[in-house]
Design a protein around this ligand. Sequence first.
Ligand code: ATP
Ligand code: MG
Length: 317
Amino acid sequence: MGTFRVVTDAPPAPPRCAPVLVVSSNKGGVGKTTLAVNLAIYVRALLEDLPVLAVGLDDQETLDRMFALGLHKSGERNLKHGWAQRSLEGVIQLGEYGVYFVPSPPDVSLLKGRAENPLTLRRILESTAWRGIIVIDTKADLEALTLNAFHAADRILIPVADWGSLEEAAKTFRILERSTLGVRRARVVFTLVDRRARAAAGSTLFHALLEEVRRRGWNYYKTYLSRSPRVEVLNSGSSTPLSILHHARGTAVHAQMRELTQEVLQDLGLARFAEAADAPGEGPSILWGKRRLAAATPRRSTAKSGVANFLGALRRP
Ligand SMILES: Nc1ncnc2c1ncn2[C@@H]1O[C@H](COP(=O)(O)OP(=O)(O)OP(=O)(O)O)[C@@H](O)[C@H]1O
Ligand SMILES: [Mg+2]
């Protein structure tokens, strides 16, 4: 694992109100939602003064089942209302694990009809002026809402689990290349990795995929996520998916999620804050078992934290 690295060191997109991470693949079932929701939780735990907002451009409602604190109330304001208002203020809820989220719309096709301008989501997020990180999960398509997410993204995380998803990743890279966005904000994340799985030429499937990603010159995160029966149970064992951080500590996937989150934060220029949070005596982190994170009750900082300062510096006047 330690020998791989991000191929080029692209600077983040021009500073806006908050770093935006988008998880996207045109292939279904590659672990997008699992990555997005758990990334939100690990960022939250690593940088406890940094509010984390999770948004799903999907109507599968996995994100809602993961984060909602109570039962869904009919008439509850959701992403559709935020889209109409051109701001997510008023639709953001505080959820499980201290992660904020926007309830998913019951039907994304209506929203898609209002997403022809690919800059709409970016403008909505700008006027929301969220003081933290935003993690966006997308549907398995490359349609209007996903394109909106690309235009809002500082980083686009593209899960690659097999040859099919690698070819679908190629479509995303092509779209980025042909648009004004460019490929520098895209990063492959290897997901559902089974190091025993063999490729045709005798090497492992993982190494074959890795070689191909390198050959194509795509940026990738060195930390991969293994296929794990434990994660499958956390996701599917009940109607409420459970966090890897809180329910699978001591597993390889937990260590990988932690490492991947650190890698992403480093890539965003936020790593030094994560390091400070992990330092002895300063550690808020559940990751290293120092204390439990109070679910849904983020601690209020009286003093302005380093992270808040950092985000303040990002903010446009
Ligand atoms: N690390 C993992 N180990 C084992 N199973 C996993 C892992 N990550 C995801 N899964 C399982 O793979 C399936 C697909 O995961 P997930 O829903 O996250 O993918 P997705 O790309 O969001 O799918 P969709 O395209 O339908 O939105 C689910 O059954 C999930 O439980
Ligand atoms: Mg999904």
